[in-house]
Ligand binder design. Structure first.
Ligand SMILES: CC(=O)[C@@H](O)[C@H](O)COP(=O)(O)O
Ligand SMILES: NCC(=O)COP(=O)(O)O
Length: 251
């Protein structure tokens, strides 16, 4: 069986985290994006948080102008972010939940409770030719709501699984992995394009790559951390190899 190719979107947010720690211009997240593409990334993901804790407006403008691969713009569903997305015209916009005090994104969007709030944003982004993705949990209710909203893509939140793996909680990890497997199959049966991301490392990306419905992973924090030790090119090369190995096992 030949499976669809599995794309790697590299999230460069945490290059900006490091830059902002000193308040200057270095390290430059756009340089990281260009290097990631040269090393084999299929696209670049950047999350313009409302508090601008890492990526800034100018980074988004430069990314759109300077990179040669698709830009996946992660955003909260606010009027401000919608205006920036419509002005920037990224390839894709991934709607994510945001809490001001969270350290990182803690879960998927509440697509069911937030349906009426999300609907006009999905409609406007789609009408502008921007591919809309919803960052959600791998459960039937949000998947059904995403399909009803008319979003072509969902990104399943892999954070709970990756945390359980990292903390050595084997039972929870297996349950979370099976939830992702079921969610990917169910989402695909609804016609959704299936992406995944949050907290993935070499091992979790390799295992998830064997789930045939996934066509894109977005990976950032781990790769930028690895780059400190082995360089960005090597980290991306090893991630691609891990994904290919997982995919090969599924074929
Ligand atoms: C939605 C998501 O998972 C990404 O935005 C990524 O995690 C970015 O890093 P922070 O969550 O630290 O902003
Ligand atoms: N949407 C998830 C993402 O872009 C990357 O998340 P992480 O690998 O930085 O945790």
């Amino acid at each position: 069986m030949s499976l669809p190719a599995l794309r790697l979107g590299v999230n460069i947010d945490h290059v900006a985290t490091l830059r902002n720690a000193r308040g200057g211009a270095r390290p430059d997240p756009v340089r990281a994006a260009l290097q990631a593409i040269a090393a084999g990334a299929d696209g670049i993901t950047a999350h313009l948080r409302e508090d601008r804790r890492h990526i800034r407006d100018e980074d988004i403008r430069r990314l759109k102008a300077e990179i040669s691969k698709p830009l996946n713009f992660e955003m909260a569903t606010t009027d401000e972010m919608l205006a920036i997305a419509l002005a920037t015209q990224p390839h894709a916009a991934c709607l994510v939940p945001e809490k001001r005090t969270e350290r990182t994104t803690e879960g998927g969007l509440d697509v069911v409770g937030g349906y009426d709030h999300l609907a006009p944003a999905v409609e406007k982004l789609g009408a502008a030719g921007i591919r809309v993705s919803l960052f959600i949990e791998a459960d039937e209710a949000p998947l059904r709501a995403a399909a009803k909203l008319g979003a072509p893509v969902v990104e399943l939140h892999t954070g709970a699984w990756c945390d359980a793996v990292e903390h050595g909680d084997a039972a929870k990890a297996e349950a979370e992995f099976q939830r992702l497997v079921r969610g990917a199959a169910f989402g695909r049966s609804l016609g959704l394009e299936m992406h995944a991301g949050h907290g993935l490392d070499y091992d979790t990306a390799e295992r998830l790559a064997a789930v045939p419905e996934f066509v894109e992973f977005n990976i950032g924090h781990f790769l930028i951390g690895e780059a400190v030790f082995v360089g960005l090119d090597a980290a991306i090369g090893r991630m691609r190899a891990a994904m290919a190995a997982g995919r090969a096992r599924a074929a």
